[in-house]
Write a protein of this length. Sequence first.
Length: 292
Amino acid sequence: MLISLHAYTVGRVRPRVVSLAPSFTELAYELGAGDRLVGTVAFSRRPPAARRLPRVGGAFGYDISRIVALRPTVVLAWRGGTPDEVVDELRRLGVRVVWFGTASVRHLPREIRRFARTIGRPREGRLVARRVRETLRRLRRRMPRAHPPRVFYEISAHPLYTIGSGSALGRAIAFCGGRNVFGSVAWPPAFAVGHAVVLARNPAVIFASGARAKRRLAAWRRYPELAAVRGGRLEVLPAGFAAAPSLRFVAALSVLCRDLRRVAAEDATGFRHRPPHERENGRSRKEDRRAG
């Protein structure tokens, strides 16, 4: 016999939270609520303590009976990631499910506050949201306006996958003043493209992140006609954009905005500035001196 799980939310019962996105798991720990998590999905690896949590599924399916058995007071669903039918089934069984997912980087502080209230950490949520809001304001003031750089982001090389405007990274590029060369595609968030199409759209900068990102970027040097290759703008980004709305996402956003400001300034002035620690055309300055 099924009993409505809403009963667990009555009074001051300690929240029992199931997270259906690695980023929600990460944010819960950042808000000091890691001890309230009773389950999460595959690939929830941050922080290390999250690896000990029971798994309830992931991209290839969810174990509804396992979720119910964990007696959650709330399940955190990822809009755009968690299937509607999973949410519908959980609600039919009496489980409280709350959707999260913002369509705008600017709304990130509001989403963090709502998230924190849902898991019983409203004070911590207000503090974190204030810090994030100040960071976003600072980044927004410095974003390029006159010369928005054309951006291509490579998810994988074989097959060649990229992102559209509907992805978290697509929204981040727009926020930072860049112009995604595939920004006209809102759905799906990621899709395959051909090299010829990328060449035709001629990005001024190409980003990649994750495993072997430098090697994947170096492969673009076989297309010297690309503006990104001519300008030496093959950039590695930190792998935090799948972690929205966590603080790691905000840190990655800061790096992206910094890089796009530099590219825009170079395009505007014709002067190319590269920080001393960065490599140029795959070789360090020390290597260049040895070659000379």
